[in-house]
Design a protein around this ligand. Structure first.
Ligand code: NAD
Length: 481
């Protein structure tokens, strides 16, 4: 079960795809000789094979932790549990983390890890033993540490696995007062932060909000108006896809007209009820038989449905040279990492599609991970010192306005709703969302500026890479490397 090698990628190497995308941007930057290669190559990849006694025999597992760039430390990146995990994929994802962190200005280098395992094939106790052993192997090589390398959840992992990793690390380093900062995406109550679970999907929503604030971006996609009523297709209703679809449909008035999952896709022109669909998926293991929706057995065909916005939120290389020309959505938001191959990207570009690229679109997760890491190192919740003070100042202002109105017979009255909202000091979730929104807005504006200033820049992806690579180059130059 554990020793079956991952099949070769059907649409070329993921790492080569990322390198090609990086290459487009690098040719437009005037980098000193040698620096381009220094930035592009992956610094190191550690492969671990370890055994755990389970079900009456020693089961062997293969895991990886790749460090792409240490221009800032710690390096940061998720840990994926999937049978498809391999060195090429982990290195591609680590490189993406480097560029993503640089684009959204987080002080991290890029890393990524993976364990070749089908998490559904093992029970909770077994997964815990495997995860603790994997943590031990990583810790021995300083590949998990608050100051050097900080993992997070990715496909197949979540806050449960992060809690096991944090606890295993703590046992190995009992005197480290900052041990909880060794991983992010932990549960609340175990060093986690409000808003981390929703963060990547929330970031996708904020990315779309910002795109629709730019008429030139909306026009490039051939769309008009706002998000309300836009018809969206989502691939993958996991952590990222679910939260993005939920917020876009319940808060922005967009319609999720189709969702593709492993077993097929469901379509409803009236808009799917995302919370109900998620409950159905969790209960039955698939989307088939979801009441009121049409079922398509061919999940991949859903990517080619007519819609305004396509959100691939499952896995890499789903848009490739074989299907890119058939994609109808004029706007594609890459919530997953690497959903478009370099060959597929070229076709999308030729067809004039507006692609909001992965290194930006899914940066919400690592952004809120950064907030969590800072919170762990600060040993205090965000908002704890200011919240009541802020409320007291707001109360003072309201009381003064009401006194003035009464004294001067002005007849002003503040609505109860306004008073309640204005009086409420910001809690941690509010602050996290505010910080995330600020970062997502800023990065989008920087990419749009690069595109507007240089006619050679064909798309947002190239612009995003250019912003990121320029920043990394400046850091290396400052370090004298
Ligand atoms: P997840 O495991 O929670 O969800 C993935 C979902 O995709 C699952 O529901 C799965 O059933 C579905 N899926 C798998 N194969 C599919 C297929 N062929 N067709 C349709 N659906 C399929 O994973 P996630 O954390 O939501 O991650 C999804 C993507 O987002 C990955 O590329 C990941 O690297 C990226 N990402 C995740 C985060 C995060 O914070 N979790 C952050 C940044 C990027």
């Amino acid at each position: 079960m554990d020793s079956i090698p991952a099949p070769p990628p059907a649409h070329g190497s993921f790492r080569q795809s990322v390198e090609e995308m990086f290459g487009h941007a690098a040719t437009l930057l005037d980098l000193p000789p040698g620096l381009e290669e220094k930035i592009r190559v992956c610094n190191s990849t550690y492969t671990v094979r370890f055994g755990v006694r389970l079900r009456g025999r020693i089961q062997t597992f293969v895991g990886y932790r790749s460090v792409h760039s240490e221009h800032h430390e710690p390096v940061k990146g998720g840990i994926r549990y999937a049978m498809s995990v391999n060195q090429d994929e982990v290195e591609a994802l680590a490189a993406l983390m480097t560029y993503k962190c640089a684009l959204v200005e987080l002080p991290f280098g890029g890393s990524k890890g993976g364990l070749r395992i089908d998490p559904r094939a093992w029970n909770e106790d077994e997964l815990e033993r495997i995860t603790r052993r994997f943590t031990y192997e990583l810790s021995r090589r300083h590949l998990i540490s608050p100051s050097q390398n900080v993992p997070a959840p990715d496909m197949g992992t979540g806050e449960r696995e992060m809690a096991w990793m944090a606890d295993a690390y703590k046992r190995l380093h009992p005197a480290d007062i900052d041990s909880r900062a060794c991983v992010t995406g932990k549960p609340i109550g175990f060093g986690g932060i409000h808003g981390r679970t929703e963060a990547t999907g929330r970031g996708v929503q904020y990315a779309l909000h910002e795109a629709f604030r730019h008429p030139e971006a909306v026009a490039r996609a051939g769309l008009s108006g706002g998000l309300e009523g836009k018809r969206i297709v989502v691939q993958g209703l996991g952590n990222v896809g679910y939260h993005a679809a939920l917020f876009l449909s319940t808060e922005d008035g967009a319609k999720i007209v189709a969702v593709a999952e492993r077993d097929g896709a469901v379509v409803d022109e009236a808009g799917l009820d995302i919370a109900a669909l998620k409950a159905h998926l969790s209960a039955s293991g698939g989307v088939r038989d979801f009441p009121g929706a049409q079922f398509l057995a061919d999940a991949d065909a859903a990517l080619e449905l007519d819609c305004d916005i396509l959100i691939p939120a499952a896995m890499e290389a789903v848009i490739h040279e074989g299907n890119a020309a058939r994609i109808k959505a004029p706007m594609i938001v890459e919530a997953a990492n690497g959903p478009t191959t370099a060959a597929g990207d070229k076709i999308l570009r030729e067809q004039g599609k507006f692609v909001i690229p992965d290194l930006y679109a899914n940066a919400g997760g690592v952004t809120v991970s950064y907030f969590e890491w800072v919170k762990n190192l600060g040993h205090m919740d965000f908002g704890r010192m200011e919240r009541r003070r802020e409320e007291a100042r707001h109360r003072l202002l309201i009381e003064e306005l009401e006194r003035l109105s009464a004294d001067q017979n002005l007849g002003w009255s503040l609505s109860a709703g306004f008073k309640q909202q204005y009086l409420m000091g910001a809690d941690e979730l509010t602050l996290v969302r505010s910080g995330l929104d600020d970062i997502m807005r800023g990065a989008f504006q920087q990419m749009m500026t690069v595109m507007a200033d240089d006619s050679r820049v064909p798309d947002l992806r190239t612009a995003g890479y250019m912003v990121a690579v320029r920043r990394i180059a400046r850091t290396y130059e400052a370090l004298g490397l």
